[in-house]
Design a binder for this molecule. Structure first.
Ligand code: NAD
Ligand code: ZN
Ligand code: ZN
Length: 340
């Protein structure tokens, strides 16, 4: 099978022909329909994510069809040829977080495409049918993006729900692969005014079409003043940062109001000083890491009833290096999906 492998940080991907993998006991072989290109893989490629072992086949946003069950694998109602999306945050299955349904927080981090080989390939081995969710009639290529680009903001938005009562405001920073869905979940699940922020005018335009109530350029000298004016001097009740550089974290923490919540999703490595008088009283800062398998079924349910708009750009797997260059230069609208 064709595979795009990353041998060392900073290098280009190398397309190789490898033998088709054989699923072991309990495992399932998936024929990949599409693998979403997450900015996290760009951070990994740039050497910016600690603990990632290379060489590896990256790709943690995967959808496709069941090709083969391993010997003795219980199919649990799935059949060969079924379209499925893959929940990728595989854990040990026995720790407190795994047993509580938050496998993506497990210390083992056996994530598809981060530990075991991922979906930038024609086939993918998954450890169990337990990580598969039926795609239904959602386009299988588009469905790949639901497993992370949509799931991660869905989980982040859910953390903000108790604060976002009528009359409140939320800042959504970054309108890329994740941010496009973040805006939609905020509009769908909350009555808050959604203020979307992106450096790129085209992404701000996209934010408007996705339902953002206000779009702002963070480069404007008065960006923080504009946010304070929009929130009657109170600051936003919640901020979700889908970028995570120093400047977005600074804007976000300066804009969050009293007892507000700042949710950091972007892994760009930024930081911000934290001090008693440097942030609104009682504001909380947290990170949000991916989402749960149950949340993935919830995202699929929304997609299946046509409630989500997905901006995707399809490319052949062999174009992977060009796609990563485009992502690095901010030239992808929504999510790029590699099709083997
Ligand atoms: P992306 O490249 O598709 O989108 C990033 C967007 O941010 C672009 O629209 C870009 O124009 C905008 N942007 C860049 N700099 C900005 C700035 N200073 N101010 C405002 N906007 C700015 O990236 P993505 O795939 O959506 O991922 C976003 C971040 O989330 C990445 O750091 C990625 O690694 C991370 N991520 C985290 C998780 C998690 O579980 N925490 C999951 C997936 C991705
Ligand atoms: Zn990701
Ligand atoms: Zn675990």
């Amino acid at each position: 099978m064709k595979v795009a492998r990353l041998l060392t940080p900073g290098a280009d991907f190398v397309i190789e022909e490898l033998p088709r993998p054989q699923p072991g006991p309990g495992e399932v072989l998936i024929k990949i329909a599409g693998a979403g290109v997450c900015h996290s893989d760009l951070h990994i490629k740039q050497g910016g994510v600690p603990g990632v072992r290379l060489p590896n086949t990256l790709g943690h946003e995967n959808a496709g069809w069941i090709e083969e069950f391993g010997p003795g694998t219980e199919s649990r109602g799935f059949e060969i040829g079924d379209p499925v999306v893959v929940f990728g945050g595989w854990g040990c299955g026995t720790c407190r977080f795994c047993l509580g349904g938050q496998e993506q927080l497990c210390n083992t981090s056996l994530w598809s495409g981060v530990g075991p080989p991922g979906g930038y390939a024609e086939f993918l081995i998954v450890p169990s049918v337990r990580v598969l969710v039926p795609t239904g009639d959602v386009d299988p290529v588009l469905a790949a993006t639901l497993t992370d680009a949509a799931l991660t903001p869905y989980s982040a938005v859910k953390k903000t729900l108790p604060r976002l009562v009528p009359g409140t405001s939320v800042l959504s920073i970054g309108v890329g692969g994740l941010g496009q869905y973040g805006i939609q979940f905020l509009k769908m699940l909350t009555p808050a005014r959604v203020i979307a922020i992106d450096t790129d005018p085209a992404k701000r335009e996209l934010a408007s079409t996705l339902g953002a109530d206000v779009v702002l350029d963070p480069g404007a000298d008065d960006a923080t003043d504009q946010i304070m004016e929009l929130t009657r001097g109170q600051g936003a009740e919640a901020v979700i940062d889908f970028v995570g550089v120093n400047s977005t974290m600074t804007l976000g923490t300066l804009s969050v109001g009293k007892q507000g919540l700042f949710v950091l999703v972007g892994l760009a490595g930024g930081s911000v000083p934290y001090s008693f008088f440097g942030i609104a009283q009682g504001a909380s800062l947290t990170t949000s890491n991916w989402g749960t398998r149950n949340e993935l079924t919830e995202v699929l349910a929304l997609a299946q009833r046509g409630a989500l708009v997905s901006h995707i750009e399809k490319y052949p797997l062999t174009a992977i290096n060009d796609v990563f260059n485009r992502l690095e230069r901010g030239m992808i609208t929504g999510r790029a999906v590699l099709v083997p």
